[in-house]
Each structure stands twice: as C-alpha cells, then as structure tokens.
Ligand binder design. Sequence first.
Ligand SMILES: [Mg+2]
Length: 125
Amino acid sequence: MNRESKILVVEDEPVLRFLTAKQLSQLGLVSEAAHDGFQAISMTRQNTYDLILMDIGLPGIDGIKVAEQIRKDELAEGKNRTTIVALTAYAKEEQCREVGMDDFMLKPLMLDGLKQILCKWNVLV
Ligand SMILES: [Mg+2]
C-alpha cells in the first residue's frame, strides 16, 4: 500500500530467511528478520509491523506459541492487531487460527503466492 510498509520475517533457516527477504524486496517492501521466537517477540514489542510472516517450526518456542504471545502483548498494551501469516510445510491451519493467526501459506514461498497474500492483507496494492 505504501513504501513504508514493513514486514517481519520469522524464520530459523538462514537460506529461507534470505530468500524471503529478497522476494519482499522484489515486491518493493522493507523487511526485518527474526531467527527464533524469542527474538520475534522482542522485536514486536519494540516495533510496529504491517504483517508478520511466521514460520511454525522454530527452535525453542514454536510459531504458534509466538503468535499467541504477540496477541497477548497486543491486548495488554492496547496495540493494533498485526496481521500474522503462518508459514508451514505441513497443515496446522486450525491450530494457527485458534491462537489468532490470520492466514497461512505453504512453504516454499513462491513470489506470486506471496504477492497474493500481501495484496489480500492490504500490504501491497
Ligand atoms: Mg523452521
């Protein structure tokens, strides 16, 4: 929607983190990355993102628990609800929705699919 839209990519695999950032950049979007759930929670407490791409399989604390914590923080702090899109190689859609995630995509991410999701959630036009 605007040049200042900022995406948080939560992904523990360095190559996927790099490729996703590159895809977002190709779409004209700025992104930041977290390599695990603890970093993601800390970053969302300190910054505002337009959308979060959340890997589910993360070391330490999985993406579902991270999303749950982000929703708790938003409520506690009266912050706007950030769109969270789960990234997963296997179907965990129901669990993702139960904790308040908005959408989900199967990995590997393709540029077209990513673009569609970002348009759907008004981050891109
Ligand atoms: Mg992973």
